[in-house]
Ligand binder design. Structure first.
Ligand code: HEC
Ligand code: HEC
Ligand code: HEC
Ligand code: HEC
Length: 322
């Protein structure tokens, strides 16, 4: 009884994690990149050159995509919900959902229907702005300023938490994804507030370094707890990934004495990863990490000790538009 309650708990935790981090936005609420482009034409132009946008055509056309589909008995990757989840954006205007784009604005910023008009209100006092942003977030907007929320969202797709897709389909379980380097290369579109497409500030990059690992650990632990075939590539890849993320976080904690980061590291340091991971241990680990990460996310700690480490992360993933 107790065991099955725990199993239910971890299932619910997984569902919640997937919902928060969930890749594909609700088709009923998707407005589509063309609407965003009406006011964000420069950002849209940058996005159009990214793998995220291009996957709309490139993935269904690729031999690798066809091989994965064959192995899974899928006829059409564009029609397959499994592939749609992470590669495509769907929109339903009352009728059946239709594929309208690759990974698009709303895959990262949240489906826009209920917040587009709210967030774009220009004539507002500072006080009204606070209310309008709160309303936008309540209506599903993921703001870039909420580093933890958008980090979780990236890992909703970049941890490929689909055992059959990986073990039977031969799909990658995900690359070594570093939130700093992966967000500051081809993805970068900081062209709205200033025209220069500046890199994220040092403060933001420090938060990304820490919270990217927290989000990765939460997603990976959820995945580990659900592994069915302990011998498969999927389980092995997730285990390696978690041990690597844990070591990276320990290294970060070694570079700053900030109490919030120390607390986050303490929540992770004692975890023993295994395939599959015990459901109760996983549930406990995820809630401890999540609680500590939220403190880091809302804190204004001085994490400047991390700058040397961050500089050593190396090249950004893809070329940013200068
Ligand atoms: C009618 C014009 C308009 C449309 C359409 C529009 N935006 Fe905006 N957007 C704005 C304005 C104006 C701001 C700046 C608001 C401010 O800073 O007070 C903004 C700001 C943003 C920001 C920065 C938010 C922040 O936290 O500071 C993001 C992200 C964003 N928009 C995404 C989108 C996405 C995604 C879409 C499509 C789903 C979209 N916008 C559609 C006008 C628009
Ligand atoms: C959980 C999210 C997720 C799901 C589900 C998913 N993919 Fe992917 N896929 C990714 C990510 C992330 C990458 C990029 C891999 C990387 O470098 O991390 C990728 C890369 C690929 C690539 C290599 C890049 C390219 O476009 O040629 C192919 C092919 C591919 N996926 C096919 C599929 C097919 C077919 C399905 C459905 C059967 C599918 N994927 C389902 C997340 C997913
Ligand atoms: C892969 C996820 C992703 C996609 C896709 C994406 N964004 Fe963003 N967006 C972000 C992140 C992350 C930031 C903050 C970047 C940073 O701090 O370097 C951001 C920042 C922004 C900003 C604020 C820019 C500034 O100058 O401050 C706007 C506006 C915006 N995005 C609009 C859009 C629109 C419109 C689209 C689609 C055409 C889009 N985004 C697609 C993740 C994404
Ligand atoms: C809806 C799922 C989804 C979300 C959310 C998402 N990605 Fe991706 N991402 C993908 C897929 C799928 C690919 C591979 C596309 C392809 O090559 O066909 C990819 C590719 C990339 C690439 C190019 C990798 C390469 O091989 O060059 C970068 C960089 C990247 N993502 C960064 C990010 C960042 C940073 C975030 C969060 C701000 C993010 N992604 C959020 C699905 C997603």
């Amino acid at each position: 009884m107790y065991q099955s309650l725990i199993k239910l708990g971890i299932l619910l935790a997984a569902v919640v994690w997937l919902q928060i981090g969930m890749a594909s936005p609700d088709p009923e609420k998707v407005v589509g990149p063309e609407q965003c482009a009406e006011c964000h034409d420069v950002e849209t132009g940058i996005w159009e050159e990214t793998h995220h946008s291009i996957t709309y055509e490139s993935m269904p056309d690729s031999d690798e995509g066809a091989e994965i589909a064959d192995a899974l008995g899928i006829d059409d990757v564009v029609e397959a919900e499994l592939c749609q989840n992470c590669h495509l954006t769907l929109q339903a205007d009352g009728g059946d959902p239709e594929v309208i784009a690759g990974v698009s604005c709303e895959s990262c910023h949240g489906a826009g229907r209920d917040w587009v008009d709210v967030h774009s209100e220009e004539d507002k006092t500072e006080e009204q702005a606070v209310t309008l942003w709160a309303e936008s977030e309540a209506a599903g907007m993921i703001r870039p300023g909420n580093v933890y929320a958008f980090a979780k969202n990236c890992f909703g797709c970049h941890i490929v938490a689909q055992e059959e897709l990986v073990d039977t389909g031969g799909h990658a379980a995900g690359s070594e994804f570093n939130l700093v380097t992966w967000s500051q290369g081809e993805i970068r579109h900081n062209t709205f507030t200033t025209p220069e497409n500046n890199e994220a500030s040092p403060e933001r990059k420090r938060l990304m370094a820490v919270l990217g690992l927290a989000a990765e650990l939460e997603g990976g632990i959820t995945a580990l707890a659900a592994v069915e075939n302990a011998e498969g590539d999927y389980g092995t890849a997730m285990l390696e990934r978690m041990n690597r993320a844990k070591a990276d976080l320990a290294e970060i904690a070694g570079s700053t004495d900030d109490g919030d980061v120390q607390a986050l590291n303490a929540a992770v340091a004692g975890i023993e990863f295994s395939v599959p991971m015990d459901a109760a241990a996983a549930e406990q680990a995820i809630s401890a990490i999540s609680a500590a990460a939220q403190v880091v996310n809302s804190g204004s700690a001085d994490l400047s000790g991390l700058d040397e480490l961050i500089a050593a992360y190396g090249e950004f993933k893809g070329e940013p538009l200068e």
